[in-house]
Design a protein around this ligand. Sequence first.
Ligand SMILES: *Cc1c(COP(=O)(O)O)cnc(C)c1O
Length: 357
Amino acid sequence: MTVYNFNPGPATLPSVVLEQAQAALVDWQNLGISILEVSHRSPEFKALADASVQDLRELLAIPQSYKILFLPGGGRSQFAMVPLNLLGKKNRADYLDTGIWSRIAGAEGTRYGHIHWVASNKEQPGVIPPPESWNTHPEAAYFHYVDNETIEGVEFPYIPPITSVPLVADMSSNFLSRTFPITSFGLIYAAAQKNAGPAGITVVILHESLLGKALPMTPSMFNYTLHAHAHSLYNTALTFNWFVTHLVFKWIQQQGGVAALEKINQRKSAKLYAYIDQSSLYENSVDPRYRSRMNVVFHLTAPQLEPKFLHAASDERLLGLKGHTLVGGLRASLYNALPEAGVDKLIEFMKEFERVN
Ligand SMILES: *Cc1c(COP(=O)(O)O)cnc(C)c1O
């Protein structure tokens, strides 16, 4: 029986990518040694690094004025790197609170400067406060928000209309799921393990004008400028993770690019939400305008049945449907590599579970 993996991250990867990674674990590029054994300073690895930057530039139409970095430390390191590198002399930044990841990012920022919350959806978790209500500060060094809140399943349907200061986005859980104009942003970052590769490596795309402003206390390993000058080979890079992430870029090219996947992603989530909305057993409480296409968060109107639901789903080889421990309930993560057939099978399973319960 086909296994469908709805895990939020680490998450499903295309099977062809896993097969290519498997082969390279034994012998990469006929070098006779594993990708794990190749020097990050070798010409072969440098070619891979350059190709991955070039492929990402093409996938997202990123101009040369933006640097593309592949950094260690996951998404959470960016919660510190962003303020350390961008706060500068202003020493204050605007943060928008749309969920748990927003709050963790802002809390980390307070270690380095003044973090000003422009608005919060704490009282109304399924809604994004409208831009007219944002209390922005003219002297902010940047504006930070989370494009897709992975835990609550809340996603921006538009780019925040911030033009007077650099716009910074955490795109960890929807990166490469749709096209967007990078030129609206000063910086975006994405931990790879949701939609772009294995855990540990993080893609950072930033405008070159933001380099050279790190606070003096910034650890070298957290300095964007050092990483940019070294083409992300400042320290021993996460060679294997980088390699697999590049394989995912190649896979996206073969699927017709990000725009082609965007259409499928739209269809996948729309059919699952449509089924949930007409059902009396399942419920999603996010305002339809802000529903995530990547993480469909739902619960049972009879919550005592949730363990039984998860058990029966796993018998059908539908894995990873448990909601985040902080919010409970259920969650189906529908990243690029989760095929539409997996969503169809999940809906069939949910129908049958509803019928017999
Ligand atoms: C997963 C996630 C993170 C954290 O990534 P780590 O690699 O675990 O540090 C940050 N932001 C968002 C939106 C996420 O989904």
